[in-house]
Design a binder for this molecule. Sequence first.
Ligand code: ADP
Length: 398
Amino acid sequence: MDFSTILNQKRDTIIDLWIGAVFEDQQIEATNELTFNAVRDSLPRVLASLADMMAHSDPENYQVIDEASLEHGLIRAEQGFEPAEIAREYRLLRSVIFSELEADLVQASPADVLWAIRLIDTVVDEAIARCFDSYTQSRMEELDKLRTQMQLTNQELTRLVRASHDNMSKLTHELKTPLTSIIGYADLFLRQQQQADLNDSYAHLESIERVLRSGRLLLRLINDTLQLQQGDGQIKLKVVTITPQDLIQSVIEIVEPLVRDKGLELKVDCDRAPQIVQTDPLRLQQIVTNLLSNAIRYTEKGYVSISAETLDHNRWSIVVSDSGIGIAQAEQKYIFEPYYRVHHGPTPASDQGTGLGLAIVSQLVELMQGEILVSSLVKQGSTFTVIMPVEQHELKHN
Ligand code: ADP
């Protein structure tokens, strides 16, 4: 008897009955969210290849059923089937096939019946095995992706923890120097007071001066660290319309005495600056002040200059240059990191650097959707360029 032809003739009925049974089976929960067509999907192919195998009477040739079942397994993995649900699905297929073929089987010879039952069993078992193979493979790939993702997240977390740990140790190191100085000079001052010799008042003053200097540095360190941490969390820009030229002028008025003290030339060129920009004036002022005071601090002779100009694509720039000590190429990528200071030789007592200024500047520039660039040559000078949008949006920084 040609069971293959019978199977092919009854294919649509078998599929309908099979899908009906799969939907009805309360233990196959994955179908709750699926449409009829989604469940039907690759079933006709599985059944067609089953009929094909029976036609060729060759149970060893699994290739046709392999492909269909592999595809079926992949689809089921995607649809969120559990392995037990797939096993039930195939059990239902087996029972639907047998009940549909029952009338034909009873008319066949016992040898034909045995052959058909054995073949159907073998083929369905093979289909289940292939289906599980692809199902497992698909799940393994998902697991692999998840593992890679978790590895990346883990690396990122480790980097963050290490970075904050590094910053913490740098901060404590930075705090230690002025604190030691405060304690040492306060102690000295006390002893000098105890041995009070009024002629020594200059030495007293010097001690107080140093205590004050270190105290101020401590305060700056703490304030700058707080500001940097605040920037990592939530800073809301307060955007208003301003005239860049006026803002730059107000900063110049603050730093002018420092320029004069050092006998430097101050060049200002804001003729090509935009008339107005939308920005947060307080943050912008902080950026300009930091860059200008660095330029002055790290320049012993020559000039310090500031210019502003309109660029294309709704952008404008502020350029701060100096003819100072410069920054070696290798150091340039580090100077925006918190607490990073270039070692320019022995640190003078008057040095009030914290290594936080440029970290704050770059954080603010980023917050203002801009970018900062540096170009510098040792012993020739440095140029810091800040490029920002002319119209700033009030973005919240997270
Ligand atoms: P600091 O408080 O030490 O100046 P910053 O974050 O402002 O900290 O700068 C980091 C380092 O970059 C400084 O220690 C200094 O070595 C270098 N630097 C910054 N601006 C200049 C400049 N205009 N010229 C030379 N070196 C500079």
